[in-house]
Design a binder for this molecule. Structure first.
Ligand code: SF4
Length: 210
């Protein structure tokens, strides 16, 4: 839980704040760019939410923050925002939220797939997410893009009897592919300008029957 006594001096006064435990993982800025900015060392509240939509986005950031560094909102608002996760992005692809400190706040995704659903990297283990994954058909495979940043993958694997697959890193981490039964999995990393220091991942899956 965020501590207002440790609130960063850059925060604009108001209900939402970021405290000094922030690890600058970028999650809040991705989820609520209207509210959160970056000083270069951490995030801060650059503008208090002005609309219900902006407040909901800020509350989602509060839920997803891996270090509990964001404060603000009502108990009911926080509970309702938690219900937004996993958040459907497109087709059967969901952003999990509940980012983990163990993986330095990295994003994770749930992918519905005819031959069995996938978890791509892992969120914190919380019963809310596990129940939602179960309602969406469970998890058959857990693909981990970083061997050392696996968050609570082991707990999700145990809950769903899922098979864990670790990416092998080639020099330069240009591309990885793995085959498992009838599924071909390819993960590629690429740089997105202008954030040249960041690397993003692109994941595609296809069945060899297709
Ligand atoms: S999500 Fe939390 S840890 Fe990550 S940048 Fe925002 S306040 Fe900091």
């Amino acid at each position: 839980m965020a501590d207002r006594a440790q609130s960063l001096p850059e925060n604009l006064p108001g209900p939402f704040f970021v405290d000094a435990t922030c690890i600058d993982c970028d999650t809040c800025r991705q989820l609520a760019p209207a509210t959160f900015g970056e000083t270069g060392e951490y995030s801060f509240v650059k503008l208090q939410p002005r609309t219900p939509q902006e407040e909901r986005a800020a509350l989602r950031a509060l839920i997803a923050c891996p270090t509990g560094s964001i404060g603000g909102g009502t108990t009911n608002g926080v509970r309702d925002a938690a219900g937004d996760f996993p958040m459907k992005l497109d087709g059967g692809v969901y952003y999990c939220g509940f980012n983990s400190r163990k993986s330095f706040g990295g994003n994770s995704y749930f992918v519905q797939y005819p031959d069995g659903n996938w978890l791509v990297d892992s969120p914190r283990f919380v019963e809310h997410l596990a129940s939602r994954f179960a309602a969406l058909g469970g998890i058959r495979y857990i693909f981990l893009t970083h061997r050392d940043d696996v968050a609570d993958a082991e707990k999700y694997a145990a809950r769903f009897s899922a098979t864990r697959i670790f990416a092998l890193r080639a020099r330069g981490f240009a591309a990885i592919s793995a085959s498992l039964g009838q599924i071909t999995l390819r993960v590629s990393t690429f740089t997105t300008p202008p954030l040249a220091s960041r690397r993003n991942s692109c994941l595609t899956m296809r069945s060899s029957r297709e």
